[in-house]
Design a protein around this ligand. Sequence first.
Ligand SMILES: [Zn+2]
Length: 292
Amino acid sequence: MTLIYGSVSSLAANPIEKKPFYHFFPGTKALTAGSWSCNFGCPWCQNWDISKSPPPAAGDYVSPERFVDLVERSHCQGTSISFNEPTLSLEWSLDVFDAAKRRGFYNTFVTNGYMTPEALSLLTDSGLDAMNVDVKGDAASVKKFCKMVDAEKVWAVCKLARSHGVHIEITTLVIPTVNDSDATLRDIAARVARDLGRDVPWHVSGYYPAWKFIAPLTPVPTLERAWQIGKEAGLEFVYLGNLPGHRCDNTYCPACGTLLIRRLGFAVVENTLDAGRCSQCSQPIAGVWRKR
Ligand SMILES: [Zn+2]
C-alpha cells in the first residue's frame, strides 16, 4: 500500500531542459513534483535529502486536481514527476497524468526505469509522453552500488517505452571510479545506439560528492571523453550537462552540422528548427517539437 499518495516533498516550475529533455518541447516549463524515498540505494544520490527519507507522518498533501490547477497557474505546459524516484508515486502519477491530459498538458517522468511492464502500460494508458531514464553503469557496478538492481530490466523498460511511442532520453551521471572507464561508457553508448536508436539523446552529466560518496567532482575532460565515446558509438545527439555554454550542450544537425538549438544553462537562446527539420538541409530531427 502506498504511503506517499499526493505527499509532495518538492514542487518547482522548471525549464524542461533541466530534467533534462532537449528534444521535447524545448523552451517550455514543466511543473515538477517529487515525493519521498527510493527503490535504489545509490550511495552518491544527488537528491539524498528526500530519497533517503521515509515519508513524514503528515506531509503536504496535493491532490491530482490541485496539482494540475497549479500547472496552469504557474504558466507551465506540462507535468514532470521527478526529484525522487517517480515510480514510487505510481498511483498519484496515473491520476495526475489523466487530469493533465484532459486539459492539454504533456506528462513526463524522470526515472531510474526500474518498473514492471505493467506499470509502464498503466503510465502510457494515462498519458505519459516522455521519460528521461538514468542509466547508471554496467551490470556489475549497478548491482554492487545500487543494491542488487538488475540493469537488464532498465534496458527492457526503455525499449518497451520506445515501442509504446514514449519519447525517451537517457542520462548517465558520470561518477569517478564507478562508471567513468572507457569500457563502461562505450558499453552504455553502444547499447543506447543498438537497443534504442542512434537518434535517442544521451546526456552525460557531472556528479558532485553527496550522501555517502566522497569521490571528487567529475573532471570536465572526463565528460568530454564521454561525449567523444558517444559520438564514436554513432549517437547523433550527445550532451554535456552541468556545463553552461559548452558547445557540446547545443543541438547540431546530424546531416550537415548546422547549429539548430543553442543553450545556455537551462535556457534556449536560439532555436532555428523549422517544423522539426534542419533549417538548412531539411533533415528531420528526432524529437517532439510542438505541442500536440
Ligand atoms: Zn542539416
